[in-house]
Write a protein that binds this ligand. Structure first.
Ligand code: 13P
Length: 323
């Protein structure tokens, strides 16, 4: 359990949490936390979820202030969807390596090479890149978005190459894929999965589609070398749901270790093993209880998106939410 908690001592954590709750009410704020956040932050949040769920909550909240415990692109998405609200991120350095792999300028150049192509951007991109896109998608709905595009249209998918190649195999749709990767998921290699499979024969495997092992997993599934019943490629929220519904007693989880917190809490009689304890995102882990408290005290750090960019980016996100 310790893996997914900060080192804050429990009494201090309780005290800070009480101050956060009081300030949250005073400010009419809502706290959103991604599934990769430290356990204490997930426990204090009003809503914990994956990128898709968080963007849906951000779009419909009645709160005046949204405090986003996650990485910068997620807070930006909330700012785009709720232009009248104050969106805060407790640490402004909580960036994201994947989102940095493509700029709006690079995307414009890529589009110029493929006139008429439909641009599908993973939500893990900057607002400026979303503004250049036709659709956004998350790992939870990417397949649905791709299937909704008329078959005579060329597709540019960005920026994650592992998710892109997974979608290409799953849907059979040819598409051009940007060669970006999330450094945390890319580190989950086929050999790691093979080793865990050999060590935990009865376990079910839940694998995030951004993982470096995803193409080989798809290949083994297609060849029947691994069982389809025991292997699931899922978004973080999909994993949490699956863990609850499955009758299995042991699960190997191939994504950022923060996701284990909710799984273990909701299923105390089941065992959840990280694919490797090192699979931790330093950007996600920049947010702590102390920083969340400071954020509410000082109303820092405000995340804004210029109205011109936000208006264009909103179209791509709303088309995704509508699906
Ligand atoms: P989810 O869409 O499953 O929440 O994944 C988000 C993410 O950022 C993965 O790196």
């Amino acid at each position: 359990m310790a893996l997914t908690l900060t080192h804050t001592d429990p009494d201090a954590a309780r005290e800070i949490s009480a101050d956060i709750q009081r300030l949250k009410r005073e400010r009419n704020a809502v706290i959103l936390a991604h599934n990769y956040q430290y356990g204490e932050l997930q426990d204090i949040a009003d809503y914990v979820g994956d990128s898709l769920g968080l963007s849906q909550v951000a779009a419909r909240t009645k709160a005046d202030v949204i405090v986003f415990c996650g990485v910068h692109f997620m807070a930006e998405t909330a700012a785009i969807l709720s232009p009248g609200k104050t969106v805060l991120i407790p640490d402004r350095n909580a960036g994201f390596s994947l989102a940095d792999t493509i700029t709006a300028e690079q995307l414009r150049a890529w589009k110029a090479e493929h006139p008429g192509a439909i641009v599908v951007s993973y939500v893990n991109t900057s607002a400026a890149v979303k503004a250049e896109s036709d659709y956004c998608c998350t790992s939870g709905n990417a397949e649905r978005v791709i299937r909704a595009i008329p078959t005579d249209k060329e597709i540019l998918f960005l920026p994650d190459m592992f998710l892109g190649s997974y979608l290409r195999q799953k849907t059979g749709r040819p598409m051009h894929i940007w060669s970006g990767e999330c450094h945390v998921h890319a580190a989950i290699k086929p050999a790691m999965v093979e080793q865990m499979r050999a060590d935990h024969l009865g376990a079910e495997f839940m694998i995030h589609p951004e993982c470096g092992c995803v193409s080989s997993t798809m290949h083994y599934l297609a060849k029947g070398r691994i069982s389809a019943e025991g292997t699931h490629i899922l978004s973080t929220e999909g994993m949490i749901k699956h863990a609850q519904q499955s009758d299995a007693s042991q699960f190997v989880v191939a994504t950022e270790i923060g996701v284990l917190h909710r799984m273990r809490k909701a299923n105390p009689d089941k065992e959840f093993l990280p694919i490797d304890e090192s699979i931790s995102c330093r950007y996600m882990k920049m947010i702590t209880l102390e920083k969340l408290l400071y954020s509410l005290q000082e109303m820092q750090y405000v995340v804004t998106v210029s109205p011109a960019v936000a208006d264009r980016a909103r179209g791509a996100i709303e088309r995704m939410i509508a699906l």
